[in-house]
Design a protein around this ligand. Structure first.
Ligand SMILES: Nc1ncnc2c1ncn2[C@@H]1O[C@H](COP(=O)(O)OP(=O)(O)O)[C@@H](O)[C@H]1O
Ligand SMILES: [Mg+2]
Length: 391
């Protein structure tokens, strides 16, 4: 092949590719060559590319400074490099360009640059779309997490109100008897007074009897007061005592419904946490057992049995009733918020949700349920914490 046809071959090859070749004399900063494809890509004619300034002027203002200083520095240092930037088309629109630059040295300074410009708009568009997609996904995830957090917050509030409601109805129940008694005492005294038989002795008796009733009512308030106190630091406490306290609070209702509570409680088993929270969970479970016994067990003796025992490092409390258990198709749902099989006025469906939350989130234990041959067994498993440190 002759020299001329070689040149022509290379020229044809260069000018038929999608990459646009160019060449700059680095001493004069003048273009000595630019591929004719540039006109098709950017709209500026080949003859309009005279000096490096023409290249600089056709870079998007936002990319101009850093692209130019980067390329000039590396060109001066004699280092080959690449730069991505937005080029301005003659019609004002934008094309993403990747410039790949090879630096030629003469002596110890740069004499020439030769390079290729590639149109990378499509790739940039995809990249941008990907970034947008990722950001919008991240935003969506954040929004969902926040929504979830708020729902959780609202639920906890509702549960607390439901819990308060249950507590108030228990207080009301416990006050009914002494209130009744007070009313009888006062009416009796009034009748005696009316028939002229009220005397000092009766006055003393009236005062003594009514004080007794009032003390009972005040005791009830004391019993419940702890439930409404905010928790501070977790403490080591005896589980046995908490179970007995929860039972005391429910005693009047259980007696009225003729429910027998059998217990088998190991002494001196202790855990670390909040005793009033454990009692709340127990009250919820015991109240549910009572509801189930009232609904399902009319002929048999109504029995709830509570067992507290140690199993290795764990403390296990189980509460079993003989009300027939929970139907298989709903047993997996009973811990869900708002799940209730009771009439609206009797159930909120928040009791077990709240109890599970207390046991698992606050006390780091487990609350589960299964059916026995007699009824439902709720099982609380907590980590034992020895009291010996305190002694
Ligand atoms: N001991 C039990 N025996 C039978 N069903 C029970 C028992 N304990 C709970 N359940 C079922 O679990 C449901 C959810 O209980 P809970 O969360 O306390 O809500 P609520 O008591 O307000 O209905 C109850 O409605 C009931 O169907
Ligand atoms: Mg309940």
């Amino acid at each position: 092949m002759s020299k001329v046809s070689d040149d022509e071959f290379y020229k044809t090859l260069l000018e038929s590719t999608l990459a646009i070749p160019w060449r700059i004399n680095w001493k004069t900063k003048e273009f000595t060559y630019i591929g004719p494809q540039i006109e098709g890509l950017l709209g500026w004619s080949v003859s309009s590319w005279k000096t490096a300034q023409d290249w600089i002027d056709r870079i998007h203002p936002d990319d101009r400074e850093h692209t130019v200083s980067y390329c000039v520095r590396l060109s001066d240092e004699g280092v080959d490099h690449e730069a991505d930037y937005r080029a301005l088309k003659s019609d004002g629109s934008i094309v993403w360009i990747r410039d790949v630059v090879h630096v030629l040295r003469g002596g110890d300074s740069t004499s020439e640059l030769i390079g290729f410009m590639f149109d990378i708009s499509e790739r940039k568009k995809l990249e941008n779309e990907l970034v947008e997609l990722t950001t919008s996904l991240e935003k969506k995830v954040e929004e969902e997490v926040e929504k979830n957090r708020q729902q959780q917050f609202v639920l906890m509030h509702q549960s607390r109100y439901a819990q308060m409601g249950e507590m108030f109805s228990m207080i009301a129940h416990q006050w009914r008897q002494p209130l009744n008694n007070l009313s009888i005492i006062i009416q009796g005294a009034f009748l005696k007074y009316k028939v002229g038989r009220f005397n000092d002795e009766l006055m003393l008796k009236l005062s003594h009897d009514s004080k007794n009733q009032i003390m009972q009512m005040s005791q009830t308030i004391d019993d419940f007061r702890d439930f409404f106190k905010p928790n501070r630091d977790p403490k080591v406490f005896i589980v046995n005592a908490s179970i007995l306290h929860a039972m005391t609070l429910l005693k009047p209702i259980f007696e009225q419904e003729l429910i027998i509570v059998e217990t088998q409680l190991e002494d001196n088993v202790s855990i670390k946490g909040f005793s009033n929270e454990l009692e709340q969970a127990l009250i919820n479970i015991l109240n549910n057992a009572k509801d189930a016994l009232i609904e399902n067990n009319s002929n048999k003796k109504k029995i709830i049995s509570i067992v507290l025992k140690k199993e290795k490092d764990n403390v296990v409390i189980s509460v079993e009733d003989n009300a027939g258990g929970i139907a298989d198709n709903i047993i997996d749902n009973v811990f869900e918020p708002y799940f209730s099989t009771k009439k609206e006025k009797d159930g909120t469906g928040l009791g077990l949700y709240m109890s599970k939350n207390i046991i698992e989130e606050h006390c780091h234990g487990r609350l589960s349920v299964e059916n026995s041959s007699r009824g439902a067994i709720f099982k609380i498993v907590l980590k034992e914490e020895s009291l010996s440190i305190i002694y």
